[in-house]
Design a protein around this ligand. Structure first.
Ligand code: C2E
Ligand code: CA
Ligand code: CA
Length: 513
């Protein structure tokens, strides 16, 4: 174009620039279209315009590519996040995600004053299944387990795999403990039918421990820890059970009175069961005897162990009644075993101070033995060291009378507090049971090993059997054998079990330790 004046040139440039601005503006929001006028009256501008147009096209293309890349990366990131937060085998949330979600659930529960249950799961004997059938079968079982449980949990429950064979479920907005019981009963039922995996038929069960929010803890870590405690109790109670965390002892006074009522009712309504824990003799590798341990099958709380309710029974005058029904139960078991042709098992019964000091005890004992027609040689009484010591004259008489009948005597929890051992030679005792605390510390502490050695030496001198109690590991078991104990009792050998189970257990021809 001819330049007529500076002003007209300025005006021309301004117009062109405006037109370019429009093109840029439209292009930048993706609306560029052919109908935007490109000045053609000037070759230079036209060339520039075409150049810019090409550039815009290139840029748009690049933007499109980048957008796709970002979308892809988001998908990948999402996948990575999912993998980092889920268990690859079962697809359930893992511990990390659980913690994230729980923080939220907790806040809501706090805010809305809701009840919640944290349930800790641990598969029974899963390690054995893995060892016997291999990891592949183990993995398939875990998957099947997760699927079955998931199906019976209420929608919205948080179900996570913590690792190995441990799972955790959070049930929110539950109304009561009964609510939770009902859900967990469904879990137990869901696992009842066998799982067929690689043409094998396998049974899987789980033990569960429950802690309730807010009753058993107001913090996540406390609740998880308490559900774990309850889980251990469930395991001790013989697996395939659930247990609520609530040490009977920790209840408030008002609710404790309720437990006492329940306990009284329980004794009368046959909710009490006797479990038997074998003691194995090192010299024969066979059973030496079994110890009777009381269990309370609570209609809601499952199986409760003795240490959770016996102290309460003592404090509220129920112990004597309980002791009597235990003795009856043991004699009843003996009779059943005899009828079934099970080999004779001597059963040790724990005697409390209530029975020990009861003047009519000998009489009751004799009449019960007659009633059930059981030889007294199939009985042993366990008396804790302190009880014998504090009633030394009575102990002398009683022990003599027991012996006369053929009942043997063991001093329980031996080594705990009495330095004077002279009393032992005055009493007719047959056995010393080393207190569990020495066994527990035996591998770590030289002093505790020395105490065990001393008890063993004492036993040898006085011709008494010495049994190590609470043996949980192979190392403890070997140590007690090396130190010269006559036998062992503990989870490592066998957990307390029902009378029927014990009959099957002793029938096994395998060496027992
Ligand atoms: P105890 O006589 O010392 O009984 C042994 C306790 O240790 C039992 O607890 C048993 O389950 C547990 N135990 C056995 N092996 C192991 C192990 O390897 N590790 C650990 N950590 N524990 C193990 P349980 O049944 O709860 O009984 C607690 C106490 O209650 C008994 O202590 C006994 O004093 C008393 N008790 C139990 N049943 C009766 C009974 O029928 N009458 C009386 N009077 N007392 C009983
Ligand atoms: Ca005992
Ligand atoms: Ca004991």
């Amino acid at each position: 174009m001819a330049i007529e004046s500076l002003d007209s040139y300025k005006k021309y440039v301004k117009e062109r620039l405006d037109s370019f601005r429009t093109i840029f503006a439209k292009a930048s929001i993706g609306e560029y279209s052919e109908d935007v006028a490109i000045p053609e009256d000037n070759e230079e501008f036209a060339e520039l315009a075409t150049g810019i147009q090409v550039m815009i096209e290139v840029i748009r293309e690049r933007i499109g590519e980048l957008e796709n890349e970002i979308a892809d990366r988001k998908i990948i990131e999402e996948r990575i996040r999912h993998q980092a937060l889920h268990d690859p085998l079962t697809g359930l949330p893992n511990r990390k995600l659980l913690e994230e979600r729980l923080a939220e659930v907790f806040q809501n529960a706090f805010r809305d004053d809701q009840k919640m249950a944290v349930v800790y799961f641990d598969l029974d004997r899963f390690k054995q299944i893995n060892d016997v059938y291999g990891h592949q079968v183990g993995d398939m079982l875990l998957k099947e387990f997760a699927g079955r449980v998931d199906e019976v949990l209420p929608p919205g429950s948080l179900f996570a795999r913590l690792g190995g064979d441990e799972f955790l479920v959070v049930l929110h907005k539950v109304k009561s403990q009964t609510d939770v019981s009902n859900i967990l009963k469904r879990v137990v039922t869901a696992l009842e039918s066998p799982m067929s995996i690689e043409s094998k038929t396998l049974f899987l069960s789980t033990s569960m421990g429950v802690a309730m929010f807010p009753r058993d803890g107001r913090e996540l870590s406390t609740l998880v820890a308490n559900s774990d405690v309850a889980l251990l109790q469930a395991k001790h109670a013989g697996r395939n059970h659930f247990r609520f965390y609530r040490a009977m002892m920790n209840r408030e006074a008002s609710s404790r009175m309720q437990v006492v009522q329940e306990l009284r009712h329980a004794v009368a309504s046959e909710q009490m069961e006797i479990y038997y824990q074998p003691v194995v003799d090192f010299s024969t590798n066979r059973i030496m005897n079994a110890e009777a341990l009381l269990r309370w099958r609570h209609p809601e709380q499952g199986l409760i162990e003795a240490h959770d309710f016996i102290p309460l029974a003592y404090d509220h005058g129920i112990m004597r009644m309980l002791g009597e029904s235990t003795l009856r139960g043991v004699l009843q078991s003996q009779r059943t075993w005899q009828r079934q042709g099970v080999s004779r098992i001597r059963v040790a019964v724990n005697l409390s101070t209530r029975e020990f000091t009861d003047r009519t005890f000998m009489e009751k004992l004799r009449s019960m033995l007659d009633e059930f027609e059981i030889s007294p040689t199939l009985l042993e009484f366990e008396i804790v060291e302190s009880l014998a010591m504090e009633n030394i004259d009575l102990a002398k008489d009683r022990f003599k009378a027991f012996h006369k009948l053929g009942i043997t005597i063991a001093i329980d929890d031996f080594g705990m507090g009495y330095s004077s051992l002279g009393y032992l030679k005055d009493l007719s005792v047959d056995k010393l049971k080393i207190d569990q605390s020495f066994v527990r510390r035996s591998l770590k502490s030289k002093e505790d090993r020395a105490i065990i050695q001393t008890i063993v030496a004492l036993g040898q001198n006085l011709n008494l059997k010495v049994v190590g109690e609470g043996v949980e590991t192979k190392e403890q078991l070997n140590l007690l054998r090396e130190l010269g104990c006559s036998g062992v009792q503990g989870f490592r050998v066998a957990r307390p079990m029902s009378g029927d189970m014990l009959a099957r257990w002793v029938a096994s021809s395998e060496p027992l330790v």
